[in-house]
Design a protein around this ligand. Structure first.
Ligand SMILES: Nc1nc2c(c(=O)[nH]1)N[C@H]1C(S)=C(S)[C@@H](COP(=O)(O)OP(=O)(O)OC[C@H]3O[C@@H](n4cnc5c(N)ncnc54)[C@H](O)[C@@H]3O)O[C@H]1N2
Ligand code: MOO
Length: 403
């Protein structure tokens, strides 16, 4: 089988997506972290009425013109209004209404004075100063004007979004349907963090990296754990997910080593779609179908797993979920550092992109993860490229929201 280009590999996987998830309507309190399936717009001004920001008195400010401590303005208090009440009559000139914070300012009034600054005795209010119209006055729509775009389709809902949607009366929201994803790592060398380190062993970082990245992208993967380097055993576990998940994601065991079990697993559980993609890192990526489930088996090297996850798996997850926002974005940028190695084949290197410029860390090995921290892009280096000098214009793949 000839190596496929990255684009062809992604296209092949997309052709085999059997399920595109349906939009769900969920109660607002269950929507945190979910992805909006449509744009949300304000249907009314919020607050819906002009209101008081203080506990005090409201009246027509004009009646205080020219008044002072020596010559205070005097009003007749004709009633009171708390937040939630609605005083539906107009307040006549020379009259005032006691009002609490959040109360609707009635007709005939256009200011509020703090109760500490005035004197009330029986129904007589004494105001020892003059006050300009619309002082201490909150307008309807001060927070959100009718028609404001509250959140766009594809937004991952944060606590603040949920609060805003609640303030606009939405009891439920339409979100993209959940994509069912299971994730496992393969390798007898792997230990779970928390276990004591032992000779020849390493900790399983891939599963933590990719499961977390999936969550960043708005997915909730099922964590399968570590599968042993044993075809029978691994195949048994993976076959248990057939048709139960949309995507079964693994790392490791896809190259040509003695323990590279995923080839044997695929023979047992499904049909191979491709093996090997013309790229570094992660070239030995393997993909298969298992009934309606897509299997994506990425290389074990942590940076290879990360890069191929973004470049191969994310476009597929974008298609299944209907969330185009998570797709890596292609832009051009100018290198601020040199990359001294020639690239025989197509290569993706980690980078930090900002304002048209792209910086490179020192370490680029597939087995090194640390230097990817803080990176937010990959440089896409075409096959047959020599050393890259500073100031070279390069193609960049920007990752979704990695800051
Ligand atoms: N003779 C050849 N050897 C290799 C080739 C080749 O073409 N011919 N390809 C190399 C390339 S490129 C890659 S990439 C790796 C891919 O190997 P596998 O995907 O089979 O992955 P493993 O062998 O299982 O692991 C590779 C490496 O990564 C470490 N690893 C694995 N899983 C994890 C994990 N969950 N967390 C952290 N680190 C992990 C593993 O211990 C190995 O060091 O093959 C090359 N070999
Ligand atoms: O993907 Mo391997 O990690 O290309 O060397």
């Amino acid at each position: 089988m000839q190596d496929l280009s990255l684009e062809k590999a992604v296209a092949l996987l997309k052709e085999h997506c059997h399920r595109v998830s349906a939009v769900e309507e969920v109660p607002l309190l269950q929507a945190l972290g979910r992805i909006l399936a449509e744009d949300y717009e304000a249907g009314f001004d919020n607050p819906p009425f002009d209101r008081s920001p203080l506990d005090g008195y409201t009246f027509a400010a004009e009646s205080t013109a020219g008044h002072s401590a020596d010559n205070p303005a005097v009003f007749k208090i004709i009633g009171e209004e708390c937040a939630g009440d609605f005083f539906d009559k107009a307040v006549p000139e020379g009259s005032a209404l006691r009002i609490m914070t959040g109360g609707a300012i009635p007709k005939g009034c256009n200011c509020v004075v703090r109760q500490e600054n005035v004197t009330a005795a029986g129904d007589k209010l004494t105001v020892p100063f003059s006050i300009a119209p619309y002082t201490n006055y909150c307008y309807a729509g001060e927070d959100i004007r009718k028609g404001t775009k509250l959140a766009k389709k594809g937004t991952k809902l944060t606590a603040a979004h949920i609060g805003v949607l609640a303030s606009m009366g939405f009891a439920t929201v339409k979100v993209l349907g959940n994509v069912r994803i299971a994730i496992a790592s393969t390798g007898d060398e792997l230990l779970q963090p928390g276990q004591p380190l032992a000779p020849g062993k390493i900790y399983n970082s891939n599963l933590y990296l990719l499961a977390s990245r999936l969550q960043e992208l708005g997915f909730s993967p099922e964590i399968v754990g570590i599968l042993p380097d044993d075809v029978e055993e691994a195949a048994k576990v993976i076959a248990g997910y057939k048709d139960r998940v949309d995507v079964f994601l693994t790392t490791g065991g896809v190259s040509v080593g003695k323990k590279d079990i995923m080839h044997g697993v695929v023979e047992k559980v499904g049909q191979r779609l491709f093996w090997r993609v013309s790229m570094k890192p992660g070239g030995p990526a393997l993909a298969y179908t298992m009934g309606d489930t897509l299997g994506i088996a990425l290389s074990g090297n942590p940076f290879a797993a990360y890069a191929t996850f973004e470049l191969i798996a994310v476009p597929v997850l974008s298609k299944i979920s209907g969330n185009e926002k998570i797709l890596p974005e292609r832009v051009q940028a100018v290198l601020t550092d040199e990359f001294p190695k020639a690239s025989k084949g197509r290569r993706f290197i980690r980078a930090y992109y900002e304002n048209g410029k792209v910086r490179l860390p020192e370490q680029h090995a597939s087995g090194s993860l640390f230097s990817a921290v803080g990176c937010n892009a990959f440089v896409d280096i075409p096959a047959g490229t020599g050393k890259l000098a500073k100031e070279t214009e390069v193609d960049i793949v920007r990752l979704y929201r990695v800051k």
